[in-house]
Ligand binder design. Structure first.
Ligand SMILES: [Zn+2]
Length: 90
């Protein structure tokens, strides 16, 4: 049986393969798609990123009161979820 995790934004329970694993490092939220980083993790549907951002779900998930940088996560999602954020390089 596959492990089940909850998305930090929509709270629905999901097979962990459908969710992106996130960890926190020095106030930054970092995507960990290969599950190689240690520490306290959180799980998120890539499509739920905007919801999580608006609800400050990251702060709750990582028990942080300060500002968490989402830059690396945003960059990752931009590359992976091209149809959500279509971009042209030239
Ligand atoms: Zn979700």
């Amino acid at each position: 049986m596959e492990p089940i995790r909850s998305c930090i934004a929509c709270r629905s329970q999901e097979n962990w393969k459908e969710l992106l694993h996130l960890v926190q490092r020095d106030g930054r939220v970092i995507p960990d798609p290969t599950h190689t980083l240690g520490g306290r993790g959180a799980w998120l549907h890539p499509k739920c990123f905007e919801v999580a951002k608006n609800r400050r779900s990251f702060n709750r998930a990582f028990k942080s009161n300060g500002d968490l940088s989402l830059h690396e996560l945003e960059e990752y999602l931009r590359k992976v979820v091209r149809n959500v954020h279509p971009e042209r390089s030239s």
